[in-house]
Design a protein around this ligand. Structure first.
Ligand code: SF4
Length: 198
């Protein structure tokens, strides 16, 4: 959901999110402050983190923030995608990636999935995302998953056990995470390999 600003502008913007109060002169700074605070706490940004910030701003300044009710796929923000990359690379450390056939199989399921989405942001930021991830083999994948805010060109390479519960986010019923859970299929059955660089 998009948001607009208008009406009386406060001198300072205040937003209370996750029990924390953020104050700034420009409302855009609140997004930055929240992102930095989450990262410093070692937490991942939720897929709808921006919506939470907008709602908190609206709650503090109801006459200045307005919801734009036009529909459409809001996409996944570059910050969400980077947050996923930072989070998963810490978990990955020296662990190995899945083999290319499994990554390709996962990507094909993502391509057919209505939860696939695009990463929003300028071309420079989107190029930076690509540079941050160098999988061992080029495998085409959709840019993002709007269920979890993950960056799919990286996620498809991650061993299932490092990706958390398939119940944590509203993944599609045909999502490969759910299927792999149901099959109890450890990546060891399919093979894993070391990444040269992630
Ligand atoms: S819900 Fe699952 S299959 Fe669908 S895009 Fe997200 S990760 Fe891919």
């Amino acid at each position: 959901m998009a948001w607009n600003t208008g009406g009386p502008c406060p001198r300072f913007f205040i937003a209370k999110i996750d029990g924390q109060t953020f104050t700034a002169r420009d409302h855009k700074q609140i997004f930055v402050l929240y992102r930095v605070w989450k990262t410093n706490n070692g937490e991942r940004l939720a897929v709808d983190w921006e919506e939470s910030v907008w709602k908190a701003l609206k709650s503090s300044h109801p006459r200045h923030f307005h919801k734009d009710k036009r529909k459409g796929d809001p996409g996944v923000s570059v910050a969400s995608a980077f947050s996923f990359i930072t989070f998963i690379i810490k978990r990955l450390r020296n662990k190995k990636l899945v083999l290319a056939p499994l990554a390709k199989e996962r990507a094909a399921i993502c391509f057919a999935c209505p939860m696939k989405s695009k990463v929003l942001g300028c071309s420079v930021c989107r190029s930076a995302l690509k540079l941050a991830v160098k999988p061992p083999e080029a495998v085409e994948a959709p840019q993002a998953c709007k269920a979890c805010g993950c960056y799919l060109p990286l996620k498809i390479w991650i061993p299932r056990r490092l990706l958390g519960s398939s119940e944590a986010y509203p993944f599609h019923p045909d999502c490969w995470m759910r299927t792999e859970d149901e099959l109890g299929c450890s990546v060891n059955h399919i093979g894993i390999q070391q990444s040269p660089r992630l």
